[in-house]
Design a protein around this ligand. Sequence first.
Ligand code: C5P
Length: 218
Amino acid sequence: MQKIIIAIDGYSGTGKSSTAKAVARNLGYTYIDSGAMYRAATLYFLQQGVDLEKPQEVAKALAALDISFEGQDLILNEKVVRDELRTMAVNDQVSQVSAVKSVREALVEQQQAIGQDRGIVMDGRDIGTVVFPDAELKVFMTANSRVRALRRQRELEQKGIREELNVIEENLKQRDQIDSTREESPLTKALGAVEIDTSDLSFDEQVGKIVELAKKKI
Ligand code: C5P
């Protein structure tokens, strides 16, 4: 059976990651969370106190940045990082870090190398437009911002983190705004992408829709 690339893009909190993970499991594919890679870069930049306005500092940090995957775990410079990637400090900075051209170039190159054998589901903001414009299946996920904030709040609660709904919704909107208007690879629906509004869909329904679309391409 032919292996394909499934590119899932969309706004923050539309359920891209959990959906992509379930789709990958269903098809026996590898799941790659590209957002986690940008979050890991952001965490490292915060730890090192990198000034984004200073290209030399950014270049030095990028040269020392080592991101890899072991199963579902992301390894940042030899350490597994999980909850550290989802703090509000990282949330607040990640869109600024992701807007830096050299950061995107480094991570996109790595993402393309990971996908060269196909058989992957990757989610993010520029997967169908920049990373894999030739992906056999491209999906663009949307949902209204209140629904997205509620989902994110529940997710945080499960990790023991309490955050006000308005604060979460504001952060999501702010990230959408930066992600959609940045000069480098802005978030936009890729040519040929299927748009799925998940506001009124259950998790199983959204996974089912994408698996069904994928099976038509395999
Ligand atoms: O997907 P997630 O919400 O974890 O991504 C965090 C941030 O990383 C996004 O708000 C966006 O700024 C950035 N990102 C990106 N390109 C990707 C994936 C994520 O710019 N492919």
